[in-house]
Design a binder for this molecule. Structure first.
Ligand SMILES: Cc1cc2nc3c(=O)[nH]c(=O)nc-3n(C[C@H](O)[C@H](O)[C@H](O)COP(=O)(O)O)c2cc1C
Length: 240
């Protein structure tokens, strides 16, 4: 099916007078947070505003950088990057809202981070527990070579201090938007990734987004099925 994208774009249009009918089934709303109750949790350093220059500076400095110095990220830098990408920023109407917008505030994107070199945090593949601002260890060890293989053999992943891996839990958004949710999920991921890129530029770190990936290999790294939840994007990050 090599025209799947064309079919998708047409099949998910909103057309005046032909909008999907029906209310929301609140009883079947999926959970907004994925949890790994048995995982070892690593609390992240408290987020504090870095001395990062202005937003204008970050906009000027942001660019895709694929070379990284060997020095590790600090735990404070990683903490700030995770929060800036998709952490909780404020409460509104009884809900925890996040640094990046999300269609319907349904937050279908999950964040994982494959850590190779971060001070005071062991290498491993972790899940970002947003509500607790903590890392949940999924698989210990340095998996950077496997991450690079999954990213179409892009070598930058081997030298990056950490690679952020974003997945979508599609049902969180499909619950409300049906098939049109697939449009919104990718937009949500873009907002999150740009938050990360600007935060990285502000902290004078190097980063590069990656969408060229072997989907099944990336999903296998995270032990996710590729249907209910699938990898959609990555960002390699490290020191200049
Ligand atoms: C959706 C998306 C996917 C990308 N995938 C890759 C990738 O797989 N590998 C890579 O080296 N760069 C990737 N990039 C980075 C682009 O090549 C880069 O943003 C573009 O060349 C513009 O340069 P700049 O980011 O420095 O402004 C991607 C960027 C975006 C937005």
């Amino acid at each position: 099916m090599n025209n799947a994208g064309d079919i998708f774009q047409q099949a998910t249009k909103y057309t005046r007078g032909a909008m999907p009918a029906g209310g929301l089934d609140w009883a079947s709303q999926p959970e907004l947070y994925k949890v790994y109750p048995n995982a070892t949790k690593t609390p992240l350093p408290k987020v504090s505003a870095p001395d990062a220059g202005t937003l204008h500076d970050a906009l000027i400095r942001r660019k895709s950088e694929r070379r990284f110095a060997p020095s590790p990220l600090t735990a404070e830098q990683l903490s700030y990057l995770l929060w800036a990408a998709t952490g909780i920023s404020h409460r509104q109407g009884g809900y925890d809202m996040r640094t990046a917008p999300s269609a319907g505030a349904l937050y279908p994107i999950e964040t994982y981070v494959a850590i190779r070199s971060v001070s005071a945090i062991d290498p491993g593949i972790y899940h970002y527990a947003i509500a607790d601002h903590a890392l949940e260890l999924l698989t210990p060890g340095d998996h950077s070579a496997a991450v690079a293989r999954a990213a179409l053999d892009q070598e930058m992943c081997v030298r990056a201090a950490a690679v952020f891996i974003w997945t979508a839990v599609f049902q969180r958004s499909k619950w409300k938007y049906g098939q049109r949710a697939y449009r919104y999920v990718y937009l949500d991921a873009g907002h999150i990734a740009q938050n990360l890129a600007l935060a990285a530029a502000g902290l004078n770190l190097a980063a590069c987004h990656i969408a060229a990936l072997y989907d099944d290999e990336a999903n296998a790294l995270l032990n996710i099925d590729g249907t209910q939840e699938s990898t959609i994007y990555m960002t390699a990050i490290g020191q200049h």
